[in-house]
Ligand binder design. Structure first.
Ligand code: UQ8
Length: 201
């Protein structure tokens, strides 16, 4: 009697584990049909100081997914900021992005119509999206060139996405960087460019 009960209990645990595993498989399968390939993607931005010195920078840590229902999400690891000067990277993490509080920026969009329209072709489309950065969330419009071929989606900016630092409470951080570097000015308008590759999972 005791033995049978113990076996039943064990079987129940096995059944539960299998059910959870199956559910995880289903949920993952449904939520990530295409996964961002960081090696074949890039996201860069420029800064302009003293009204005349423009420099290009990038984030090296990108991740993201697009599922069949068209839910797209891209995360930017703000710790991965790469300006070519280590001390500047550190200052941007600490005083601008405040990565101890806001380690990532995320972009979300519904691209169901784009997936249908572009399948097997290359087209320019406008994608309404939402950018969450430094604790602030704002709508943005992305004008992108989208190509779908051989189980891969490539999405690139046709025109730069213009970010106004004050929309994300980053104006104070930029001023702090300006003071530390003893500069007369740093532009608050920041153009962002990207090329993203999503590969079939
Ligand atoms: C299938 C389908 C269609 C899918 C679509 C999927 C989808 C939804 C895709 C999403 C696409 C996507 C990823 C879009 C991107 C959207 C955007 C806009 C993301 C935002 C990215 C971001 C976080 C950008 C940064 C923003 C920002 C406000 C940056 C500020 C930059 C500035 C102004 C930096 C100042 C640098 C500077 C001049 C510092 C001064 C300085 C210092 C401090 C220093 O220490 C130093 O060294 C000693 C210097 O050098 C001498 C300095 O110059």
């Amino acid at each position: 009697m005791f033995k049978a009960q113990k076996l039943n209990g064990f079987s129940q645990v096995v059944a539960l584990v299998m059910a959870v595993a199956l559910q995880l498989l289903f949920v993952n399968g449904a939520s990530a049909d295409w996964v961002l390939d960081n090696e074949r993607s890039s996201l860069s931005f420029t800064s302009t100081k003293n009204g005349k010195i423009t420099e290009a920078h990038r984030f090296t840590g990108l991740s993201g997914t697009v599922d069949k229902s068209g839910k797209a999400e891209v995360s930017i690891d703000l710790l991965s900021v790469a300006t070519g000067i280590d001390i500047r990277n550190e200052r941007m993490r600490e005083f601008l992005f405040e990565t101890n509080k806001f380690a990532q920026a995320t972009i979300t969009a519904s691209v169901e119509d784009v997936l249908k329209k572009v399948k097997g072709s290359t087209q320019v489309v406008e994608v309404p999206a939402e950018l969450s950065l430094h604790g602030k969330k704002n709508p943005i419009t992305l004008e992108v060139l989208v190509t779908q071929r051989n189980k891969v989606w490539v999405v690139s900016s046709m025109s730069p996405v213009m970010i106004n630092a004050s929309d994300y409470e980053l104006a104070g951080g930029i001023d702090k960087l300006r003071q530390i570097a003893e500069l007369a000015s740093i532009s608050q308008m920041v153009p962002v460019h990207f090329v993203l590759t999503f590969a079939k999972k």
